[in-house]
Design a binder for this molecule. Structure first.
Ligand SMILES: [Zn+2]
Ligand SMILES: [Zn+2]
Ligand SMILES: [Zn+2]
Ligand SMILES: [Zn+2]
Ligand SMILES: [Zn+2]
Ligand SMILES: [Zn+2]
Ligand SMILES: [Zn+2]
Length: 1777
């Protein structure tokens, strides 16, 4: 590397040249030169290598970049600007801009992730988009719009009149004078001088840039650019490809260039982003060496990575070429004239010939350039050619000319796809479903071919390219060329596809996209040329379809299962991709009669070409049944080849429908080859396909594996069915309408291999003959009947039936909603989308359904309105079997509820179009009647399993359809001879041979009361009634005279009917009642079982005051006479109550006693920053941190929660050991995490599976003190306490002498050996919980000797109480009685535990803590490092000192009242300290505006205290004289403290709360004060002990920390501390997307972040899920989110993944889950993944729910439950997010 140093300009030399260089002079020298290009080139050859690429880093550091930037501007660009403008550039450009008349196009180029908007109502197609600015200023913001995030590239279509049906301009881009001629040449605006200079400069620069970017020499430069002295300085340049993974590249680089993992990651990231990166700098040898290592290391399995050793000057010129292209892009922004000049220069053809313009050269070399270069020049193309309407056309033609070659290059190019960080665990999020498989790929993002959307979708351009460049044909041919694998018949062959080919296939698909673009809007008027070219393209397209017809054929596997599943996805992907194209082509055809006729003819001849080989070799046979005969050939789906791919047939079916719909068939019958159609051939292949499906359903193809199952699935699936299943049905309809219905049905029977079943003379023979597989045969009969139902009944296609597309969609919706109410997105998924991703749903939905809004969970649902139920068709062709049975059940239930019969007769169908009119005859033909008769006959004589109820049900449906048809014909025709339909007459005829049974009607009548057919009774009744009705109508029409008689019969009948209906209704009511009672009983039973469990699982919101209030009420009634006090010697304890609890594991009851068996409560301890007022404070170093004084900013606390479930300690230990063992075994079997981390002591509560990590021991209540004992005054107490401290100190100094020395006050024990209070089992549990709090709180390993152990137990007690107090306050709930049991139990056991936790620590430790705590109140010269009172949270101080004070005293009965007095004095002292603290910090001048005189006593006293403080501190405090203001400030500030203290003493002393505090409302203050034994005028505390407290206050104020903090030297916390909330989110989600799109990765120099993620706690935006922002946390690299949780949330985090619209919860390094976002669309649904694109708005309720979850410390628990419920979440590497 050293070799490089010698021949390089030291940077300082360049600096001096800076100063001497004059851009103006250089420009004028150039202007005078004879050969401008030579001069410029010379200049570049001198300076470029001295500015760029001077060292190994290639502009890596920001300083280097700045220097480069500056030098480029001054030395290289400035002269060019002078030359172009002829004056000082800044002034010149301003002038240009001023004179410019900008085009109305917005042209804003989208960044990756930026929101784009499309109007569903006005956009010409889905590719027309607006940028956010334009959208907000457009009319579309009030329309139905769609929002997506851009994949980068592409620009805003605002101002393009062709892109929008309405409102093409936003406010900003509306042309000022609408009349301005757009054809006017903008160049005319410029001076001729400038035009001339522009041409010459632009051509020189473009030539230079194109030369350099397409330069392939590694060591040489183009003529004129060779530097004078060429040093031996080279770069080893690594290029990206898509073969090698990130990991491979990183590994190889570490080896080859000997760099660290971090550097290698950075290299790999840059290669991925820019397409290339130099990985080594030095002499040639040095670089060659690295190259050979890389090549060697990567060539083993695949093509090696591409590496070049390039001379530094070559790289330097390439760098500048990119800069100068960007510069051009900027310059032309100032003037449309210059833009036009650039376009002209760019497209100017060299006389050399074809493809010689600069743009051509760039385009044709596109695939050879690296990604960074492509990006820059694509940007320039967008800024120039595509922004200029005139040149856009010329460019488009050029592009179309080169189309084939570009696509071919693109296909061969393998340096593209985004090989990237996406490989980092993203795979885990996306289950590879089919939908992902066919998802639009972004491969083209960086290829020139990507520009096609900008041109092809402009209707006028697209059409011009089609006409002039024959683009459609070109695209189709290019496409076909690239799919080279064919079988012998010339069909595509995908089944032996290798990975490489599959990849190319993926590329090829982008061609389909282009085809879609040019077809996206059908023409309104056709020219002769357009017809010709379209039909030419259609012909090419037919060739493509011919290659697909019959591909991937299958043969039924008998005997063995197939060995290898054949490939099927490729073929279906192709089919899916083409689906829209085929539909579009049909749409084009429908707009012109001539085109339609020609296309039909072409398609027909293509089909006969496909059929040419068909019947050959298949022997003709003759079938006869029911007196009819037909010839067909022998073919069996179950034995011969069959293919599911029949696109040619299906296209013909589509065109056939169009003939009918557009009435071309009836207008121009002579032009159509209808006579040539052979219906037998038309139906053959679709019929085979449908028989295949039936046989698969019948289980005949089981041995063919999943490949076939999948194909059948997609054949019916909404993505494919429009051009597969639906068209096959249409083709059968078309065929049947052209044939004798008996012949048609006989062929159907024969293809279903069922002919013999119905033709044999004795139908019963079938039982004997069909013994092999009766079930299969039954299924086949069912399927066949279903098919007949569909062929006759499916008329909701415009052209088949007399309907509009509107009706078709409506029918789909009705049938979806008949299954159950559905969300909008579910409906969308169930409907086929057109090319614009529209389903037509919106136009219809409100007419058939009503919308039900969602609650806080769930989503909005649409419900079918009852009046549409009569349109329900049980045999709706798009129902799957599961759908069908669900719908049937739902509909029957509904009818029962309405008291109706349960018959589900067919709905009245729409009329058929004339072309399909004869279809109805199927219903009354002899063969069908024979089939119906046979099935009914089997049903009459059941037994032997030869028939099924479904079979019967289908036959009844067919009968019903026939009757409806007859009724309709009768009702609509006036004369009898119109009526061709006489089904009722036919069914009265007795069966003919071979079936010797009775007539169909007779059979039905005999079935009506068959006991085994109860279910179908209603349907048969309906049929018989219909028969009666029809008879009546017939009689009426034939004999007009009888009309009156008929009418006379009417009422009688209705009376009878009414009677019957009434009886039925009553029976129904009785049944419903029965059902209800049954349901209630079973509900009660269930309830009984779940009772215990549910009791505890109820969530916080649900469980209101009731339970815990109930617990308290009896005791409160006992004690109503005494005023309740919770602290001090007058308090009332709760020890009288015995505590009996039950162990959830062994169900034994146990009393809680000190000496008994320990009982524990499952609990979860976690660090928390929820209350933090200072998220910037860095977390303390665990080893040195002193937690004794909590800072009032509460930056880090320890929270404890519990589900309230109690166990024996021993039972729990056994359970936990079992969990551990299980985990060990599991880990041996498979890697990965569980939802809980056993190593950290985590487990799930055995009852409710709540995440827990420790247990809290249960301890008994304290005793009530002796109320007769006297209460020492504060003065006396202080004195005693001082003595005690002395005694303790001396005792600790001389431990050997024990406690006997000195004056030891009563009840006090300075002994060092604590008395054993608890049984060993209890004290063991005390230690267990102490250790958990210690371990979690400090993040250290357990150490029982550590002095800090008890402090952390006290700390979690104080913090948990504080956080619960805040929640109650903010939710407006009363202080007592509103907590759910589990929290009440948790706080009570936690507090009592904390009061006893000192027993597990050495007494000396506890004494020392108390002495230090006490010194904060009474400054003690012997104690060092006492914080000032502004740095102490007073509630924590209270809890700690009260709890440690107890430890100082003998815990036996005697000392109790003394301890209680001490507690009271501590409370008083600390309250005064807090008053002072509040007055010092929370009084601001703004608070104290007005003055009022003569306030209450409180106000005066507050004023007095405040002035005392001002005396001590002077002007640091603002001057305030309003006592009222001061007092209200103090009162407000101290309230949280008092409330928390009341909670604390309540739980500590088990004292009953006063009634006033159990309800929200007035009187709280007084009740609170009296409960705490405080005067309601708190200032009296100070006033009454004035002399005693004055010196204390003085000393508090004189602590140097006070003055420092007040003057801004520390964190100043004001009281009351405001509750933390999650950040405010915008109402409109697109604002967030926009914010995120401008967010760049903070680590990789302005690069877009792939997964911008917002912290909901602090609002930071993070670059998640990416290598670039991984951080080392405790020796492990974690993603930005996880890293952030450690600084912002103490390990717990809530984020919003902006691109995904998904909330992310993270806890620790291994746990996380996704949570529904608080954003909903208008249909009440979230859009996780932003797939649907409906506008999203903030749902405040849902956001509040998330916030509450966070404030309740429930995130970890939610994650636990989510992971437990969904095991795949466990497998995600959450730490990488
Ligand atoms: Zn725009
Ligand atoms: Zn605009
Ligand atoms: Zn619109
Ligand atoms: Zn137990
Ligand atoms: Zn539990
Ligand atoms: Zn944060
Ligand atoms: Zn990043």
């Amino acid at each position: 590397m050293a070799a490089a140093q010698t021949d390089r300009d030291p940077p300082s030399a360049l600096c001096s040249e800076f100063l001497n260089f004059s851009a103006k002079d250089t420009a004028s020298r150039w202007l005078a030169a004879a050969d401008l290009q030579q001069e410029v080139y010379h200049h570049l050859s001198v300076y470029v290598p001295r500015i760029f690429c001077l060292g190994p880093r290639m502009g890596g550091s920001s300083r280097e970049e700045q220097r480069e930037e500056l030098a480029t501007q001054l030395l290289l660009l400035a002269p060019l600007e002078w030359l172009l403008l002829g004056e000082e550039p800044a002034a010149g450009l301003a002038l240009l801009q001023e004179k410019n008349q900008p085009s109305p196009l917005c042209g804003h180029v989208f960044k990756v992730g930026e929101p784009t908007y499309s109007c569903r109502e006005c956009a010409a197609d889905a590719t027309c988009v607006l940028c956010m600015q334009c959208f907000l200023g457009s009319v579309h913001k009030d329309h139905r719009y769609r929002m997506t995030t851009s994949g980068g590239g592409g620009f805003c279509d605002c101002g393009d009149a062709e892109a929008w049906k309405e409102g093409p301009y936003c406010e900003k881009h509306t042309p000022a004078d609408g009349s301005r001629d757009l054809e006017e040449d903008p160049v005319a605006q410029l001076s001729s001088d400038m035009v001339a200079r522009g041409y010459s400069i632009f051509s020189i620069i473009l030539k230079y840039a194109v030369d350099m970017l397409t330069w392939e020499q590694e060591d040489q430069l183009p003529a004129g650019l060779e530097p004078q002295g060429k040093g031996d300085t080279y770069y080893c340049m690594l290029f990206n490809d898509e073969v090698h993974t990130y990991e491979q590249v990183i590994y190889t680089l570490q080896k080859a260039v000997n760099c660290s993992q971090k550097e290698a990651v950075s290299f790999a990231t840059t290669v991925d982003r820019d397409g290339r990166k130099s990985v080594r700098y030095g002499d040639f040898q040095f670089c060659e060496q690295a190259k050979s290592v890389i090549v060697r290391n990567t060539s083993r399995q695949s093509k090696p990575l591409r590496v070049q050793v390039m001379h530094s000057s070559v790289v330097a010129h390439q760098c500048f070429a990119l800069k100068v292209l960007s510069w051009l892009g900027q310059i032309i922004q100032y003037s449309d004239g210059l833009r036009r000049i650039l376009c002209q220069v760019g497209l100017q053809k060299d006389p050399e010939g074809e493809n010689s313009s600069f743009v051509d050269r760039l385009m044709l070399n596109d695939s050879k350039m690296w990604k960074g270069a492509r990006n820059i020049y694509h940007q320039l193309l967008m800024n120039s050619l595509l922004m200029d309407l005139k040149y856009k056309k010329i460019f488009a033609i050029q592009f179309a000319k080169n189309y084939r070659r570009l696509q071919t290059d693109f296909m061969e190019d393998n340096h593209e796809r985004v090989v990237s960080v996406t490989s980092l665990s993203v795979q885990l999020f996306t289950v590879p479903t089919m939908s992902d498989y066919v998802k639009d790929d972004h491969d083209r993002e960086f290829s020139i071919t990507d520009l096609s959307v900008q041109m092809f979708t402009v209707p006028s351009l697209g059409r011009m390219l089609m006409v002039e460049e024959n683009l459609m044909t070109t695209i189709v041919r290019t496409f076909v060329d690239h799919l080279r694998h064919r079988d012998l018949q010339g069909r595509f062959q995908f089944d032996r596809y290798t990975a490489q080919q599959a990849f190319k296939f993926g590329r090829v698909q982008s061609l389909i996209g282009d085809l879609k673009y040019i077809l996206i809007s059908p023409p309104s008027d056709w020219t002769h040329q357009l017809r010709t070219k379209f039909l030419e393209g259609f012909d090419a397209f037919l060739e493509l379809l011919k290659c697909m017809q019959g591909m991937d054929p299958v043969v039924r596997q008998v005997g063995q299962h197939i060995e290898m599943e054949p490939e099927w996805e490729a073929a279906f992907t192709l089919q899916m991709k083409l689906t829209h194209i085929i539909s579009m082509i049909q749409e084009w055809c429908s707009t012109d009669e001539q085109v339609l006729i020609e296309a039909y003819k072409m398609c027909l001849s293509a089909l006969s070409h496909c059929h040419s080989g068909l019947p050959d070799g298949e022997q003709p046979i003759s079938l006869s049944l029911a007196g009819h005969c037909v010839d067909t050939f022998r073919y069996q789906v179950s034995q011969d080849k069959v293919s599911i791919h029949l696109p040619v047939c299906r296209l013909l079916a589509g065109l056939h429908v169009l003939l009918s719909r557009t009435e071309v068939a009836s207008h121009f019958p002579e032009q159509l080859p209808l006579g040539e159609l052979s219906p037998h051939l038309l139906i053959e292949l679709p019929l085979r396909c449908l028989v295949l499906c039936a046989q698969v359903h019948a289980g005949m193809w089981r041995r063919n594996g999943f490949s076939l199952i999948n194909q059948i699935y997609y054949y019916h699936n909404v993505k494919c069915r429009v051009e597969m299943f639906d068209k096959d049905i249409i083709m059968l309809q078309a065929g049947a309408s052209m044939m004798d219905p008996n012949h048609f049905l006989m062929i159907v029977l024969s293809r279903f291999e069922l002919f013999h079943v119905f033709s044999s003379s004795d139908i019963r023979k079938r039982y004997r003959e069909a013994n092999k597989d009766l079930v299969q045969q039954n299924t086949l009969i069912e399927e066949m009947l279903h098919l007949i139902i569909m062929i006759v009944g499916e008329r909701y296609v415009a052209g088949v039936g007399q309907v509009e597309p509107f009706d078709e969609v409506r029918r789909e919706i009705i049938h979806q909603l008949s299954i159950r109410p559905m969300a909008h997105s579910e409906l969308v998924k169930a409907l086929p989308e057109n090319g614009n991703k529209e389903t037509g749903l919106e136009r219809v939905i409100d007419s058939v359904a009503s919308f039900k809004k969602p609650g806080v969970t769930g989503r909005g649902l649409y419900e079918l309105r009852p009046e549409w139920n009569k349109h329900f068709n049980l045999y709706f062709h798009h129902y799957s079997r599961a759908d069908q049975s669900k719908a049937e059940e739902a509909q029957r239930k509904l009818r029962r509820q309405n008291g109706e019969d349960t018959a589900l007769p067919p709905p009245v169908p729409p009329q058929l179009c004339p072309l399909f009119g004869s279809l109805v005859n199927l219903l009354q033909c002899d063969v069908l009647l024979a089939v119906e008769g046979a099935v009914l006959q089997w049903a009459v004589e059941p037994g032997g399993g030869g028939w099924t109820e479904s079979m019967l049900q289908r036959v009844l449906h067919l009968v019903g359809m026939a009757l409806l048809e007859e009724q309709q014909q009768l009702e609509s025709s006036s004369r009898d001879d119109d009526i061709t339909f006489n089904y009722t007459c036919k069914i009265t005829r007795p069966g003919e041979a071979p079936s010797t049974s009775g007539s169909v009607l007779a059979l039905l009548e005999s079935l009506q009361n068959a006991p085994h057919l109860e279910v179908h009774k209603d349907m048969i009744t309906w049929i018989l009634k219909m028969v009666g009705n029809i008879k009546t109508i017939r009689e009426r029409t034939s004999l007009t005279s009888t009309v009156t008689i008929n009418q006379g019969q009417g009422p009688e009948e209705t009376v009878r009917d009414k009677d019957k209906a009434e009886r039925k209704r009553k029976a129904e009511m009785a049944r419903l009642r029965r059902e209800k009672i049954m349901a209630q009983m079973s509900e009660m039973q269930k309830h009984f079982i779940n009772e215990n469990k549910e009791l505890f699982q109820q969530s916080m919101e649900e469980l209101e005051a009731s339970t815990s209030a109930a617990e308290h009420s009896p005791s409160s009634s006992e004690l109503t006479c005494t005023s309740q006090v919770c602290v001090g010697p007058r308090r009332v304890g709760g020890a009288e109550r015995r505590q009996l609890v039950t162990c959830i594991l062994c169900q034994e009851e146990q009393e809680v006693r000190c000496q008994g068996r320990a009982m524990v409560l499952a609990a979860f301890v976690q660090r928390s920053t929820v209350l933090s007022k200072n998220r910037h404070r860095s977390l303390p170093a665990p080893e040195r941190h002193d937690p004794l004084f909590m800072h009032p900013d509460l930056s880090l606390g320890i929270h404890t929660a519990s589900c309230g479930h109690i166990m024996h300690a021993t039972c729990w230990q056994r359970y936990f050991e079992a969990v551990q063992l299980k985990e060990q075994r599991r880990q041996q079997r498979l890697r990965g995490h569980t939802s809980y981390d056993v190593e950290n002591g985590e487990f799930l509560c055995p009852l409710c599976e709540c995440l827990s990590n420790t247990v809290i021991p249960l301890l008994p209540h304290t005793h009530t003190p002796d109320h007769s004992a006297d209460h020492p005054s504060l003065e006396a107490w202080l004195k005693t306490t001082r003595q005690q401290i002395e005694a303790v100190n001396s005792a600790h100094r001389k431990p050997s002498e024990g406690a006997s020395e000195g004056a030891e006050p009563e009840g006090f024990r300075a002994t060092l050996s604590p008395q054993m209070l608890f049984s060993s089992s209890v004290s063991e549990m005390v230690t267990t919980f102490s250790m958990s709090a210690y371990k979690v709180g400090l993040k250290v390993n357990p150490n029982e000797q550590d002095q800090r152990v008890p402090v952390l137990s006290w700390s979690t007690c104080a913090y948990t109480i504080q956080s619960i107090e805040r929640l109650l306050m903010d939710e407006g709930k009363p202080l007592f009685g509103s907590l759910p049991c589990r929290q009440d139990d948790c706080l009570s056991s936690l507090t009592r535990f904390s009061s006893a936790c000192w027993t597990s620590a050495p007494l000396k430790t506890v004494h020392t803590h108390f002495i230090r705590l006490f010194s904060a109140l009474l400054p003690d010269s012997q104690v060092e490092d006492t914080p000032c009172i502004l740095d102490i949270d007073m509630f924590h101080l209270l809890v700690y000192s009260v709890l440690s004070y107890s430890a100082l005293h003998s815990p036996d009965q005697s000392g109790h009242s003394f301890v209680d007095s001490g507690h009271l004095h501590l409370l008083h002292l600390i309250t005064v300290a807090h008053l002072v603290q509040i007055l010092l910090t929370s009084i601001t001048e703004e608070v104290c505006m007005d003055q009022d005189s003569g306030g209450s006593e409180e106000e005066e006293l507050t004023c007095q205290l405040y002035s005392t403080l001002r005396k001590h501190l002077g002007s640091v405090l603002p001057e305030v004289s309003s006592g009222w203001q001061l007092w209200s400030c103090v009162k407000l500030g101290i309230l949280p403290f008092l409330r928390a203290a009341a909670l604390f003493f309540h739980y500590l002393n088990s004292s009953v709360p006063p009634a006033d505090l159990m309800v929200a409302g007035p009187g709280q203050w007084e009740a609170l004060c009296s409960y705490l034994s405080l005067p309601s005028n708190l200032l009296l505390l100070h006033q009454s002990q004035h002399t005693l407290l004055e010196p204390l206050i003085h000393r508090w104020c004189c602590h140097p920390g006070v003055r420092r903090t007040l003057q801004g030297g520390g964190v100043l916390v004001r009281f009351p501390r405001e509750s933390n909330r999650l950040i405010d989110l915008p109402e409109d989600y697109s604002i967030l997307i926009n914010q995120a799109s401008s967010f760049t990765c903070p680590r990789s120099g302005g690069d877009k972040s792939r997964a911008p993620t917002l912290c909901l706690v602090c609002g930071s935006m993070l670059c998640s899920q990416s290598y670039c922002c991984q951080t080392d946390v405790d020796g492990e690299d974690v993603g930005a989110c996880t890293a952030h949780t450690f600084t912002c949330g103490a390990g717990v985090g809530l984020f919003l993944r902006v691109r995904e619209s998904q909330v992310l919860f993270v806890a620790g390094k291994t746990k996380g889950c996704f949570y529904p976002p608080p954003y909903l669309d208008d249909y009440g649904e979230t859009d996780q993944g932003l797939k649907r694109g409906n506008p999203l708005h903030l749902c405040t309720e849902r956001y509040e729910k998330i916030e509450r979850l966070w404030r309740q410390h429930g995130i970890a628990e939610v994650i636990g439950h989510a992971q437990e419920a969904n095991q795949t979440l466990v497998a995600i590497d959450w730490q990488h997010l």
